[in-house]
Design a protein around this ligand. Structure first.
Ligand SMILES: NC(=O)c1ccc[n+]([C@@H]2O[C@H](COP(=O)([O-])OP(=O)(O)OC[C@H]3O[C@@H](n4cnc5c(N)ncnc54)[C@H](O)[C@@H]3O)[C@@H](O)[C@H]2O)c1
Length: 307
């Protein structure tokens, strides 16, 4: 099976460097017309120039592909709208959005200024919200859309010094979960990529021989499958160094306590069962959690609960 994107239009944010660059090159090599977005700032988001995006566009064109450069700052709604209008004006559709742009402002929470928290949330979470909002109606009308969020192991599991980044990154998983419910009937599929790669974002965290194995290209192979026609839905794909795995949020079966037993002491007494992963389930909407508790309560109380 060969994955192709002929006649598809893709927007990749933050595509002037690192992962966004290899996502854009990979999509273009498989036939997509690509908007290479990048504001061209430093790792912490300061500064800016269109040249990073333009260089990637030149690479795509040199390989026979089609692309345009765009310097929108994803945190600016008017610039994002203009970027989507440029894609529509040139190619008449937007099939794929890869929300990849990102910055770091690492510090322990004690030392972190609120401004550093806000700017990281603004770029990762609100930047993805802005770009998704700008293409959502287009994708609904097309009855076709593929959107990737870029989450992180820092959001899924935590990372020292990255409270801002982790909060923003897991926010994107919550965003994906609800968008999936609202977009499914229009064949809009939303997934999240949790990458690990040697880029300027990670270069001072890893030795060179590790960076050499953690290629952005290996991660882009996973991303390209996520946004393909037969790609999955609502999936968190972890990818790095040639490894590909799925991260899931599951909920244990837990315990049920009768009204006169609902004390912190009984929660403590039931802790081993609450934590027992045997029979844990993955839900696809929030109401399934309420249903589980209500079913347990109705069994325990011997009554039928009307919804
Ligand atoms: N490299 C990793 O191991 C790793 C791990 C987990 C998650 N990620 C995520 O992957 C994505 C790409 O990271 P990378 O490692 O390639 O980093 P990178 O710094 O090489 O690339 C990020 C790009 O985003 C651009 N950008 C930043 N703010 C922008 C804005 N407001 N508007 C438009 N463009 C903007 C930057 O100019 C840069 O080119 C990020 O979302 C990052 O958080 C990376």
């Amino acid at each position: 099976m060969s994955i192709r994107f002929d006649d598809r239009v893709a927007i990749v944010t933050g595509a002037g460097n690192g992962l966004g660059r290899t996502h854009a090159l990979g999509l273009a090599a498989r036939g997509a017309r690509v908007v290479v977005n990048d504001l061209g700032g430093a790792r912490d988001g300061t500064g800016g120039s269109l040249s990073a995006a333009e260089t990637v566009v030149e690479e795509i064109q040199a390989a026979g592909g089609e692309a345009i450069a765009n310097g929108a700052n994803v945190t600016k709604w008017d610039e994002v709208q203009a970027m989507v209008a440029a894609a529509m004006g040139k190619w008449g559709r937007v099939d794929i959005l890869v929300n990849n742009a990102g910055i770091l402002r690492d510090k322990t929470f004690l030392k972190m200024e609120l401004a550093d928290f806000q700017s990281v949330v603004e770029v990762h979470l609100m930047g993805s919200v802005n770009c998704t909002k700008a293409v959502w109606e287009i994708m609904r009308e097309q009855n076709y859309g593929r959107i990737a969020m870029t989450t992180s192991s820092s959001g899924l599991y935590g990372n020292f010094g990255q409270a801002n980044y982790g909060a923003a990154k897991l926010g994107l998983v919550g965003f994906m979960n609800t968008l999936h419910l609202e977009g499914a009937k229009y064949d809009i599929r939303i997934n999240a990529l949790s990458p690990v790669a040697g880029t300027r974002m990670t270069e001072d965290l890893m030795p060179q021989e590790v960076i050499d194995v953690m290629t952005p290209e290996s991660v882009s192979a996973g991303l390209i499958y996520l946004v393909s026609e037969d790609g999955p839905r609502r999936t968190i794909l972890a990818a790095g160094a040639g490894g590909y795995a799925c991260a899931r949020i599951t909920e244990t079966k837990g315990i049920w306590l009768a009204p006169d037993e609902q004390t912190p002491e009984n929660v403590a007494a039931g802790w081993d069962t609450i934590m027992d992963a045997e029979g844990a389930e993955e839900y696809t909407m929030g109401g399934q959690q309420s249903m589980k508790f209500l079913q347990e309560a109705s069994k325990g109380l011997g009554i039928e609960l009307k919804r």
